[in-house]
Write a new protein. Structure first.
Length: 385
């Protein structure tokens, strides 16, 4: 019988020791019997998912984990998300990730506009499109949307989740497309100011979406299929367009799970059930859970520990019906202290291949593991070899 493989990735699970947790990291403080079993009965190491010279984004890190060298195939996050949303990019199109944000007195107050709903976002962007010329916004999930710039040349941009609470003046777009992007932002501010969606949100005590924030623009990338890369049929479960976009370009099956939200309220057990069914027909499955990263951006110790524990419960459900090799890891740290990503190596564990002396799944134990420190692109080949 052909071997089956599964990677479970808890986005942003890795962290730093926290005084609130008596010097433990959220991974160490969380009750994680299933991840600990994988570490104890398998083997661990550290993975450098973000190569030198790249910003520590989920785009770079997850490409690496799946075996794709960002230096070869990465053009920008927006282009990856466009694929997931079914948007076909022309050769001269640049796709920018386009957050709906809350800016207050020139301060980036909230990178997700109070986790605005997809329906509210779509209404705002429909109105904005009526006023834009030569560009178009495409609504996605919640605050995660796209802005397509035909004939774009790219620009220097900053992820809004990196500058929460900071003045925006030093982080506005710079470079060839900057003038067009700044104009789109200016128009959005005017359109959104009196929009019924925002007036209703304010009335209900919620943060309004005061502007768009374009960032990480890119053109259509060239990627080998996952089947060609590994010889395996592959699928992906994620509620995030970025991950599904990577899977689309990689020719993987995109498995949609009802109740998967890309936030801390996601349906972890639904993901587990769909994973079990998918592994009956696929050689490999990549399961991505965004919730720990969202909790890290929120700066919530309680929610991060809770999200990690829910990921662990999901893994336990999967393992009851899965006998192949399974790996677990974060893509990057999202420390509570700074509420954004860092590029430090992350712990990983593989069950069903080797065994070392590690005893539980954590950052410290990963550093003791037999695999040592590996490049991000090494993981997939280690798992399946």
């Amino acid at each position: 019988m052909k071997e089956k493989y599964c990677i479970v990735l808890g986005d942003g699970m890795a962290d730093e020791p926290l005084a609130e947790l008596s010097g433990l990291t959220p991974l160490e403080a969380a009750h994680t019997p299933n991840m600990d079993y994988i570490a104890r009965e398998g083997a661990m190491g550290l993975l450098q998912t973000v190569p030198d010279g790249f910003a520590p984004g989920s785009d770079i890190a997850n490409l690496s984990v799946l075996g794709y060298d960002p230096a070869v195939c990465y053009t920008g996050r927006g282009a990856l998300e466009a694929a997931s949303m079914g948007i076909s990019l022309g050769d001269d199109d640049v796709a920018y990730r386009c957050n709906l944000v809350t800016i207050d007195n020139a301060i980036l107050d909230d990178f997700n506009a109070g986790h605005i709903t997809s329906e509210e976002g779509a209404q705002l962007l429909a109105s904005l499109n009526n006023h834009l010329s030569g560009m178009v916004c495409h609504p996605g999930i919640s605050y995660r949307n796209l802005l397509i710039v035909p004939g774009g040349q790219g620009c220097e941009s900053t992820p809004p989740h990196d500058i929460t609470g900071q003045p925006i003046r030093d982080y506005l777009p710079k470079g060839p497309d900057a003038e067009r992007l700044l104009e789109a932002m200016r128009i959005s501010t005017e359109v959104f100011a009196t929009h019924p969606v925002n007036l209703d949100r304010i009335k209900r005590g919620k943060k309004p979406a005061t502007s768009i924030w374009p960032w990480s623009g890119g053109k259509r990338p060239e990627m080998r299929s996952f089947q060609v890369l590994t010889g395996l049929s592959g699928g992906i479960i994620s509620a995030v367009d970025l991950l599904n976009g990577i899977g689309t370009y990689a020719g993987m099956e995109i498995i949609k799970v009802p109740g998967a939200t890309g936030f801390i309220d996601t349906d972890y057990q639904a993901k587990a059930r769909y994973a079990i069914e998918a592994l009956k027909r696929l050689d490999f499955l990549f399961i991505h859970v965004e919730a720990p990263d969202e909790a890290g951006h929120m700066g919530s110790v309680e929610e991060k520990v809770k999200a990690i524990e829910r990921v662990d419960e999901m893994i336990g459900t999967i393992m009851k019906d899965f006998n192949g090799r399974i790996a677990v890891l974060p893509d990057h740290p999202t420390p509570i202290r700074i509420k954004t990503h860092t590029a430090e190596p992350v712990p990983f564990a593989i069950l069903g291949k080797d065994k070392d002396d590690t005893t539980r799944f954590s950052e410290k134990e990963g550093a003791k593991g037999m695999y040592g420190l590996l490049a991000g692109t090494d993981l997939i080949h280690l798992l399946i070899s």
